[in-house]
Design a protein around this ligand. Structure first.
Ligand code: FPP
Length: 244
């Protein structure tokens, strides 16, 4: 049982509220997504400065394909441009980029840029930036189960010996510290099929602030809230205090 570290090792964020931010300004939703990109920069910078080793952002869910074609198209253009414009600076700052999710449905030019960004930054260690694209928590658990079943069918794994740690090795983010802090902006208090397994013991933090308005002050408020939590992992408060 860990005493609660004051600084989370891994933050995961549902970046919600871009559309409303734009609509309040009588602008198209895509304008909100572009502003959201600035908040992504601020969050990355924040984690680097606070020495938080892992940041996972929900950029595009497996359900986001249902949005109007125009909005999906604008998001794809934004991701392409972001990859062209941001990777140099991220690399210069020692950020390692990883895309997690089922990348197969994306356009080949976007997928090849994602792979190029991952390869180029693979030696960096200042911050691991995981960007979830066409990701769903249920998909993640299902693909792990498929991989395990296939390994069992090949005779490489005995299903009777499979335990939680063995299962988790097949999930996205298996090489990352557990998610300590899960943040959702934009006022909704849902997980929305983001990381499911990985947030089993995460502290959840919800804020009404819309994603484009997120800055270092807003993230400091989340860290202050986190630092005040007592993480018991099923033990008692007295046990946690004795360890801590
Ligand atoms: C949710 O807000 C946001 C998204 C589906 C897209 C997130 C994308 C970005 C922040 C753009 C930049 C990202 C990267 C990684 C370069 P919403 O549209 O659901 O807002 P609403 O709830 O107000 O409608």
């Amino acid at each position: 049982m860990d005493a609660t570290p004051r600084i989370p090792r891994h933050i995961a964020i549902v970046m919600d509220g871009n559309g409303r931010w734009a609509q309040r300004r009588h602008r198209p939703r895509s304008f909100g997504h572009r502003q959201g990109q600035k908040a992504v920069r601020a969050a990355v910078e924040f984690c680097r400065r606070r020495s938080i080793p892992s940041l996972t952002l929900f950029a595009f869910s497996s359900e986001n394909w249902k949005r109007p074609d125009e909005e999906v198209g604008a998001l794809m253009q934004l991701f392409l441009r972001a990859l062209d414009r941001e990777v140099d600076e991220l690399h210069a700052h020692g950020v390692r980029i990883a895309f997690v999710g089922d990348l197969r449905p994306f356009a080949p030019e976007l997928v090849s840029r994602m792979h190029a960004a991952m390869a180029r930054t693979s030696g960096n260690s200042a911050l691991r930036l995981n960007i979830a694209m066409n990701y769903g928590g249920r998909w993640d658990i299902t693909q792990a189960a498929v991989a395990i079943a296939q390994a069992a069918a090949r005779g490489e794994l005995d299903p009777a010996t499979l335990d939680e740690a063995g299962f988790a090795r097949h999930l996205c983010l298996a090489d990352q510290p557990p998610v300590d802090l899960f943040i959702r902006t934009g006022g909704e208090t849902r997980i929305s099929n983001f990381l499911l397994w990985q947030i089993a013991y995460a502290e959840l933090y919800f804020t009404d602030t819309l994603w484009p308005d997120i800055d270092a002050n807003a993230l400091d408020a989340a860290l202050a809230d986190y630092a005040g939590r007592e993480r018991r992992y099923g033990a008692t408060s007295a046990q946690v205090r004795a360890v801590g």
